[in-house]
Design a protein around this ligand. Sequence first.
Ligand code: EPZ
Length: 419
Amino acid sequence: MEAFRIVGGRPVTGECRVSGAKNAVLPLLAAGLLCGGEVRLEHCPRLMDIKNMLLILKALGCRAEQEGDSILLDARNADKHVMPRELSKQMRSSIFMLGPVLARFGEAEFTYPGGCEIGLRPIDLHLSALRAMGAQVREEQGRILCSGSLKGAQIHLDYPSVGATETILMAAVTAKGDTVLHNAAREPEIRDLARFLNRCGADVRGAGEGAIYVRGGASLHGCSYTPLTDRIVAGTLLLAAPMTGGDVFVRGARAEDMQAVLHKLEQTGCRLSVEKEGVRVRAAGRPKAVRRVETNPHPSFPTDMQAQMMALLAVAEGTSLVLENVFENRFAHAGELNRMGADIEISGRIAIVRGVRRLFGQRVASRDLRGGAALVLAGLAAESETLVDHIGYIDRGYERLEEMLSQMGADIRRVETEE
Ligand code: EPZ
């Protein structure tokens, strides 16, 4: 099994470049199913989740290849509306395909994607929105059976779900009639999806705001598109600076997408500089605790940065509160950080983080994608050697994280370990 062996205590200083965002590429690939021409996505990372999404598209009859950081998708010969059971079970992102498959074929058959490490991950908001657009949706023995031609509708989301917003946009662009979506998610990836759809001939307005207007009846052509850069990978890399007394420049980081994270970083006393080409963070002595970090939908502090921020606060001066409002089970990393000498107390969705001066190296295990990244950051800050197991979780969202960190002076290597 692969693990990261890290010898901590060295400042992480230098420059790295961030690629396209995993959470932008995945919905863009799903939307490509609606396009009547070739779609080429540039600057895409090579990640397990993207590889699996390409397998799903191939299973539906598409041509879908990644060469280097370019992805070529041609859905013109897609002819299947049944999602292979094994693929949709193992791949939560398969749910992104539900809207496009139903919109394209008038029917769709999927397996419930099921929960994952961080929560139950229900899809009720996706299904109720498709029903509001005229789809018949049956749920039988873990299968989801949808059919019907989609019509534009007035939809109000009870919660600004990222995935449900994306499902609705992809279902609405070719539906008969216009759709207005209220209480839509405002994440930058939503704006990116709308920009892509409009580049292919759709008419989507207001993405990134609370209400989104979609003119129906579009017939979409192909296009070449560069997704926005990954604000979570960028934020993770920037945190290595205050955790190790270093100085990190992330080329391609878009400050406008990471305001809440940069604001919290400033509160810990780091020196930030937002430049045209990216963002730079310099440590200024030991980081200071912040009164509270509260995760909520964009533009609030992103849940995908909660674990990494907790690792930073674990070595900060003072006590911080971390509140995880988005997912019900996203503190698994706290126990592993405590095994490295952190002092974190969990009560429901609240973590009390009492900063300690130093962490010490330990053998720890990733339990989910962002929690694993947090343990890597903790290993960089700790004295002596840390071994982070189950790094397959980390590879789902970070392309060769160890190479990006080593090129900035970190002592981190990918090693084989016995089980
Ligand atoms: C997307 O997941 C991201 N994944 C997640 O990133 C991210 O954490 C999340 O948005 C929130 O920002 C991708 O984009 C592939 P949600 P998604 O629907 O769409 C509840 C990572 O680390 N909910 O906004 O599944 C749900 O239970 C991953 O890269 C319902 O109740 O997130 C959760 O509590 C992890 N019913 C909350 O909404 C629904 O039908 C947020 O979920 C859908 C969601």
